[in-house]
Design a protein around this ligand. Structure first.
Ligand SMILES: NC(=O)c1ccc[n+]([C@@H]2O[C@H](COP(=O)([O-])OP(=O)(O)OC[C@H]3O[C@@H](n4cnc5c(N)ncnc54)[C@H](OP(=O)(O)O)[C@@H]3O)[C@@H](O)[C@H]2O)c1
Length: 286
């Protein structure tokens, strides 16, 4: 792997995130070239030591790795449509779908570029710290982007970083929505959000500890009820729905849990353990 601080980098796209990426490279000592459609946004980075490429072609020709951080994939394809990509190494950290990642990988490789896709699981203020999680997929990189945060290479399939990105989002929204549901319920009894938060956090952490064991059941496609049967869980879901309705708070989310569990029970899985619900999640169109 090339020594981190010696790798020349070009950062293309100097929005909120691209600016943070370029600044982290500069701080770590990388020779850093920048380009942005609106060139004026490069001013502070140039003052900090970045070189402003006058054209996108010159940013690509700067001799190192080109990081793309634009609004979306169509902006990337529009921008690079006429650019010479032969011999370029592109790392596209713009957000998009796994299909767009795979298509863009084929498109870039046909034009002679080495293409890695990526996803940034962080906000700009954390870039450059270990807290910033950056996912990469595609060919294994022979350069080090550690200046940006904690880098994980997920595999050769260029769509993987985008898929992990959205899988991560479903974790985030599920936990946040569950916490808001509980908060709404407790507020009816005068308990404020700050009082519930540490309790909610403990529950979330406890449940997170179940994941490796439950993952084993999913991977083996075998769901013995070692802790509780799904029909036992479904009864507690009924209590949850009834409690929400009695309190006059929104019961949509608990009803969704219950509807999925009921379908799995109707399909004969009531005596198995909770992760058997993977069958409901794998099906489209419910
Ligand atoms: N901000 C975050 O917290 C965050 C977190 C994770 C991931 N991301 C992802 O990072 C990417 C960039 O986000 P951001 O927050 O930096 O967005 P932003 O501040 O809106 O910046 C967008 C950038 O894209 C450029 N751009 C858009 N369309 C273009 C086109 N057709 N040709 C050339 N350049 C074009 C803009 O250039 P101009 O300056 O000329 O308009 C600007 O540099 C997005 O995919 C976002 O989802 C962001």
């Amino acid at each position: 792997m090339t020594d981190n601080a010696n790798t020349p980098v070009s950062v293309v796209g100097l929005g909120l995130m691209g600016t943070a990426l370029a600044r982290a490279f500069l701080k770590a000592g990388h020779p850093t070239t920048v380009w942005n459609r609106t060139a004026a946004k490069a001013g502070s980075l140039v003052a900090e030591g970045a070189r402003l490429a006058p054209t996108i072609g010159e940013a690509l020709d700067a001799g190192g790795v080109t990081i793309l951080c634009l609004t979306d994939y169509s902006a990337v394809r529009d921008l690079l449509g006429d650019a010479g990509l032969e011999g370029a190494t592109l790392v596209n950290l713009s957000s998009g779908s796994s299909a767009q990642s795979r298509e863009t990988s084929v498109w870039a490789e046909k034009r002679g570029a080495r293409y890695l896709d990526g996803a940034i699981m962080a906000i700009p203020s954390t870039i450059g710290t270990a807290e910033a999680m950056i996912l990469l997929s595609g060919p294994r990189p022979d350069f080090d982007l550690g200046a940006l945060g904690t880098i994980s290479h997920l595999g050769e399939d260029p769509g993987l970083a985008s898929l992990y990105d959205v899988a991560g989002l479903t974790m985030m929204w599920s936990v946040l929505n569950a916490w808001l549901q509980g908060t709404a319920m407790l507020k009816t009894a005068g308990v404020d959000a700050a009082t519930f938060a540490p309790f909610a956090r403990q529950i979330a952490a406890g449940v997170a500890d179940w994941l490796p064991g439950y993952a084993e059941q999913v991977d083996k496609d075998s769901f013995p009820a070692e802790v509780a049967a799904l029909e036992t869980d479904a009864r507690t879901m009924t209590h949850l729905v009834e409690e929400c309705e009695a309190l006059g708070v929104n019961a949509e989310l608990p009803k969704l849990f219950k509807a999925m569990a009921d379908r799995a029970i109707a399909a004969g899985h009531g005596g198995e353990q909770y992760p058997v619900l993977i069958r409901e999640f794998e099906r489209a169109g419910n």
